[in-house]
Design a binder for this molecule. Structure first.
Ligand code: GDP
Ligand code: IMO
Ligand code: MG
Length: 427
């Protein structure tokens, strides 16, 4: 039995896609368990670059079965566009399996996402505008549309009509938008049913059977711990559970089936969208990191907000997710600094905090307390063993490991599949 979970420990874009793809060579199933096409996972294979949003990164390994779990919200147009895009590039992407219980992002969810953001104005979340939040809201309100509803046209039409009755009133009266036609939405969704039917499965049964047979199942997180609806910087979060526990509820396996939880941590910090970020660098230093790390969103192209490594946020993620290993990514991006600051504590109203504060108000008032570590100037992108790294880079990794409290088991030194230092086996 080998169940492995990969999650982001910061605010997303840590390099989960690359880590998943790399392990994918030795994995039987790769499962997405939360989020939707708000995710953007870039995987570089040789000269080819793939930007995956909804499909699990395991799709790029031909022997690996990609699965979309019940915890994901599925935009069907995006699903088939992504599959067709990969098929055109020679990737057998039509082998993906989708949970019958996964919820569907409908055209009205996309509209509501955008109009509510506009309505919020200064208080906006900075969502990806993909309809993800409204689709989860409907799921929890028991007004959602599930994949299986597409196979019963009469039920689907009833559900869409019921959901739109309330939403159309809101769209017209509050947001001053045109009415959305229930029959047009239902027709569009039903147009995908035939293609979807052979891909639809009960992911709980599928994955439990696979684990019983000794198969290796990798759960690929999207988003990250600090975007989690319970543990993140609420309300500046996504609307699902991207934490490790979400792998269970989002796919249908019990907690005892998870053997390893791997946290992906970038060697510095980034965030897209609104919300508190105590170590954010709004100056030319932040700009230099953004350029060096090419920190522009895979999904929306927005420039990512940048700062130095924040040990408090990764430590918190390590605790709540019971991480067994950390993969430290993008260490190569930090080459060329004489000194590298690391956030080791916060100053909140003159008081030092070595751990994240209890309340969001305190986090909004936190200013970073840095420790300064010596940098390195050597190009490390060809390093393949820990010993290949300059002594100061080794010391940087050791210090981060101490601060996080979890062993660093691999280090990324470039976007390519081979640009990784493996310290210990992750499977
Ligand atoms: P994800 O959302 O966590 O999968 O991460 P993204 O794909 O959105 O962002 C990570 C970016 O960094 C991608 O463009 C990757 O190709 C790239 N990347 C991943 N690991 C490394 C690394 O170790 N070094 C460098 N320079 N780039 C990396
Ligand atoms: P990956 O998997 C970074 C952010 C959005 C916004 C907030 C809510 O590539 O790491 P949503 O559209 O989910 O309602 O937006 O969450 N966000 C991400 N930021 N990486 C992601 O995914 C993200 N997915 C959502 O920018 O602040
Ligand atoms: Mg991303």
């Amino acid at each position: 039995m080998t169940g492995i979970v990969i999650i982001g420990t910061q605010w997303g874009d840590e390099g989960k896609g690359k880590a998943t793809d790399q392990l994918g060579e030795r994995v039987d199933y790769v499962v997405r368990f939360s989020g939707g096409n708000n995710a953007g996972h870039t995987v570089v294979v040789g000269d080819e670059k793939y930007a995956l949003h909804l499909l699990p990164s395991g799709i790029l390994n031909p022997h690996c079965i990609p699965v979309i779990g019940n915890g994901v919200v599925v935009d069907l147009q995006v699903l088939f566009d992504e599959i067709d895009g990969l098929l055109a590039r020679g990737v057998q992407a039509d082998r993906v399996l989708v949970s019958a219980n996964a919820h569907v992002i409908t055209p009205y969810h996309r509209v509501i996402d955008r109009v509510t953001e506009r309505f919020l104005g200064k208080r906006r979340i900075g969502t990806t505008g993909r309809g993800v939040g409204p689709a989860y809201a409907d799921k929890v309100s028991r007004m959602g549309i599930r994949i299986q509803d597409l196979f019963d046209a009469s039920i689907l039409r009833q559900k869409v009509a019921a959901s739109l009755e309330q939403k159309n009133a809101l769209l017209v009266k509050v947001y001053n938008r045109p009415v959305i036609s229930p029959s047009a939405v239902a027709d569009e969704l039903l147009s995908y049913a035939d293609r979807l039917a052979p891909m639809t499965v009960d992911t709980g049964t599928l994955l439990n059977d696979a684990l019983d047979q000794g198969k290796v199942v990798l759960f690929e997180g999207a988003q990250a711990h600090h975007l989690d609806v319970d543990f993140g910087t609420y309300p500046y979060v996504t609307s699902s559970s991207p934490i490790a526990a979400g792998a269970c509820t989002g796919s249908g396996v019990g907690p005892t089936r998870i053997d390893r939880v791997i946290g992906i941590a970038k060697a510095y910090t980034t965030r897209v969208g609104e919300g508190p970020f105590p170590g954010e660098l709004l100056d030319e230093v932040g700009e230099k990191i953004r350029q060096a790390g090419n920190e522009f969103g895979t999904t929306t192209g927005r420039p990512r907000r940048c700062g130095w490594f924040d040990a408090l946020i990764v430590h918190q993620a390590a605790r709540i997710n019971a991480l067994t290993d950390v993969v430290l990514t993008k260490l190569d991006v930090l080459t060329g600094w004489e000194q590298i600051p690391v956030v080791v504590a916060y100053d909140i109203h003159g008081e030092r905090h070595d751990r994240m504060p209890v309340t969001q108000t305190e986090l909004h008032h936190a200013t970073p307390i840095y420790e300064y570590l010596p940098g390195w100037s050597e190009d490390i992108s060809n390093a393949r063993t820990f010993e290949d790294l300059p002594a100061t880079a080794q010391a940087y990794v050791h210090r981060l490991q101490d601060l996080i409290g979890v062993r660093v088991s691999a280090i990324g030194v470039g976007p390519g599949r081979e640009q990784t230092i493996a310290i210990r086996d992750l499977l």
